[in-house]
Design a binder for this molecule. Structure first.
Ligand SMILES: *Cc1c(COP(=O)(O)O)cnc(C)c1O
Length: 389
């Protein structure tokens, strides 16, 4: 049995309110604009589009809904193929199944932990040979880190296949000075409770194609045709964000840069304290990119440290500290048994290795220095017991 400490629980990535959320919620309540949609939704969309530098944005009920709308706008349907990063949260790929389409998973490469251009090219070539090109590619920016956009987009453009950029975890990150989430035909963000900013639950679909985003608004409100009566000629969804929650989002977006700085500071502290330990390696940061360091993640070489990821997670839990393994790759999920997978190279399954050795540390932007000290001490103590230190 795991003995739990009496100390305060340190969560992986809890919500962090700015205080300004109340003002926008109050405005919505005072004006009785609780529904439908409303001024906070319109403003939140404009403010986010401005912040990341795109023409328009559509506020929706979740990041998952945003991915689903993007697939629908790209005409993905039953029997189509969609390429998707394997090392990601299930929400990246579930909407492929909603559309009755078939995912093909692409491995990561070691420098970013994101989609391997080599594996992507190989998947494109083998599918092109059979005349079965994918209808879309879903690129994920994991834990705030941008994927190798130039290399990946060159391949997608060559085969003329549109890209959906899953930036659920990378709001506030940049690649060559440009905002993460703005590289694909569509980008999506999540405001789930654990993300860098939250609306308690919500998401955003962004694009420079304003006419397709108008269509997204139509699909997200039950696809109601222009008529006095209720008339529908395509499948719609109930996916819009409420005016109250958009108020929370506006209060959060005002402090997003502070949140990025706080998480980067937390990463630097961990890295200063732990990166010199043999067998511990932190997630790298790609040249010319800035990660929001949503979660500080590292890998542990058990052969060197004598400690497995799970042992370390259990030891942290005993100290009432929440830590998690890296996402379990989708090609290893029972749901996707038998699905085609393109590996980084013949003998190296990078995403599997990262899953087997990867650990996410508590990284909330409201984490105190004392809390961080507790996490660092606990990790050092475990390694001391194994006489590594
Ligand atoms: C959180 C997350 C999503 C889904 O966002 P929700 O708002 O929870 O639906 C999608 N992709 C990735 C990589 C995520 O981390």
């Amino acid at each position: 049995m795991i003995k739990t400490s009496l100390k305060n629980r340190i969560y992986l990535s809890p919500p962090h309110l700015s205080g300004n959320e109340k003002k926008y919620i109050q405005e919505a309540l005072d004006s009785n604009w609780v529904a439908p949609l409303g001024p906070n939704v319109d403003a939140f969309e404009k403010e986010l589009a401005n912040y990341v530098g795109v023409n328009d944005a559509v506020a929706v009920s979740s990041g998952t809904a945003a991915i689903h709308l993007a697939l629908s706008l790209l005409g993905v349907q039953t029997g189509d193929i969609v390429f998707c990063s394997s090392l990601t949260f299930i929400a990246s790929a579930n909407p492929i199944l909603y559309q009755g389409a078939n995912p093909v998973f692409i491995d990561s490469e070691p420098e970013t932990w994101n989609m391997s251009p080599q594996a992507l090219e190989e998947a494109f070539n083998s599918h092109a040979k059979e005349g079965k090109l994918p209808k879309a590619v879903i690129l994920v920016n994991l834990y705030g880190q941008s994927a190798k956009m130039d290399e990946l987009l060159t391949i997608c453009n060559y085969f003329d296949v549109p890209v959906i950029e899953d930036a659920a975890e990378s709001l506030g990150s940049t690649y060559k000075g440009v905002s993460s989430g703005t590289f694909g035909n569509f980008g999506i963000y999540s405001f789930n409770g654990n993300k860098i900013i939250t609306t308690s639950g919500g998401g955003m679909l962004v694009s420079n194609n304003t006419s397709l985003l108008e269509k997204a608004r139509y699909l997200a409100t039950q696809a109601r045709d222009p008529a006095k009566h209720y008339q529908h000629s395509s499948i719609g969804y109930n996916y819009r964000l409420s005016n109250i929650l958009a108020g929370v989002g506006r209060g959060q977006l005002e402090v997003v840069e502070e949140r990025v700085n706080a998480r980067r500071r937390i990463f630097t502290n961990y890295s200063n304290e732990l990166s010199k330990i043999p067998g511990i390696k932190f997630m790298p940061e790609l040249n010319n990119s800035i990660s929001n360091r949503w979660l500080t993640t590292l890998t542990i070489d058990q052969g060197i440290t004598g400690v497995s990821v799970n042992e370390l997670i259990d030891s942290l839990e005993e100290e009432n500290i929440e830590a998690r393994p890296v996402w379990k790759p989708l090609h290893l999920q029972p749901l996707f048994k038998g699905v085609t997978y393109a590996q980084h190279s013949k003998n190296i399954d990078v995403s599997r290795e990262l899953f087997e050795t990867g650990l996410c540390l508590p990284s909330g932007s409201n984490m105190t220095e004392e809390d961080q000290e507790r996490v660092i001490e606990c990790i050092k103590n475990v390694l001391v017991k194994k006489s590594i230190l």
